[in-house]
Ligand binder design. Structure first.
Ligand SMILES: C[S@@+](CC[C@H](N)C(=O)[O-])C[C@H]1O[C@@H](n2cnc3c(N)ncnc32)[C@H](O)[C@@H]1O
Length: 159
């Protein structure tokens, strides 16, 4: 009789499964906060945000400590299991409430028009279907909500 795979036993597959990248990123990104000035980039990206924020592709949660007190809640979506576990730890040290959940940018597991701002930092270059991810960001932002995105430098624009 053939062995049943983990998937057929009902264990859900992660939308993103890159354990090696995740471990490398977790190490390198922490050093980059000071060495490459990433902490300042994060600070600039998140300054001025308020209300309910969705962060997509939160990684190991390095943005969490930079959210200003004007933010009432962050819902942080991270598809990669290793990074998500680290993000849960980081959430415990944030000064604003952060709820970490699995999910992918192309199908955000949240209601429409539920957020005042969306944050995607260093994420869009790894997303497979960028037009779909952007449509999802638009769906979950309330009219007039802000979307902050960074690649190597911060930039922000309205919905
Ligand atoms: C370079 S890391 C950036 C992490 C974090 N945003 C930061 O600023 O440090 C890229 C992140 O995008 C996530 N990612 C990759 N594909 C994704 C997708 N389709 N939807 C959401 N996140 C995704 C990865 O798991 C990883 O956490």
């Amino acid at each position: 009789m053939p062995l049943r795979s983990a998937r057929t036993r009902g264990v859900p597959r992660d939308a993103v499964h890159h354990p090696l990248f995740a471990r490398c990123y977790a190490r390198i990104s922490v050093g980059a906060e000071t060495r490459m000035g990433m902490a300042r980039v994060r600070e600039r990206l998140l300054t001025g945000l308020s209300g309910r924020v969705i962060e997509v592709g939160a990684g190991n949660g390095l943005n969490f400590s930079h959210y200003p007190g004007t933010v009432s809640e962050v819902v942080a979506i991270e598809p990669e299991r290793v990074l998500r576990t680290l993000a849960v730890d980081a959430a415990q040290h944030a000064r604003v409430p952060v709820d970490v959940a699995p999910g992918a940018a192309e199908a955000l597991p949240v209601k429409s028009e539920a957020f005042d701002a969306a944050v995607v930092s260093l994420v869009l270059c790894s997303v497979r279907d960028v037009p779909r991810a952007l449509a999802e960001l638009r769906r979950v932002l309330r009219p007039g909500g802000r979307c902050g995105s960074s690649s190597t430098a911060g930039a922000a624009g309205g919905r």
